[in-house]
Design a protein. Structure first.
Length: 124
């Protein structure tokens, strides 16, 4: 569940007509946080999802895991060894997503000055 609840509630008494809007620094920071959360979830589910499938197969289908596969090695051993490239792939995708989506957002947020009393504006 997300900690960002600004979209799920209508404007309350705190948000008056003259108050700062969700543009600029605050909006960019919210988008950056959302992108970081999404990136962590995807990478975690990629690595842990494969491991959970491996564990489930080990418990529920021991005959399948003991069946010989390539070169006479048991299927369970091959699936266990495949966890290394799956984890590597999750790390590579994490880095790619960071460079493609999160880093530009971080650069945009760093372009704003920290707001003193209101909304930060990018330096001129």
């Amino acid at each position: 569940m997300s900690c960002d609840s600004s979209e799920s509630y209508p404007a309350g008494p705190r948000e008056r007509a003259g108050s700062a809007s969700w543009s600029g620094y605050h909006r960019a920071l919210r988008v950056l946080r959302r992108a970081c959360r999404w990136q962590r979830r995807v990478a975690t589910f990629a690595a842990l999802g494969y491991f959970a499938v491996f564990l489930a197969l080990s418990v529920e289908a021991p005959g399948f895991m003991a069946r010989p596969a390539l070169g006479g090695l048991p299927t369970g051993l091959l699936l266990a060894l495949a966890q290394v490239p799956v984890t590597w792939l999750a790390v590579v995708l994490f880095e790619y997503a960071a460079k493609r989506y999160v880093d530009p957002l971080a650069h945009r947020v760093s372009g704003y000055g920290r707001p003193a009393g209101g909304d930060g504006q990018p330096p001129a």
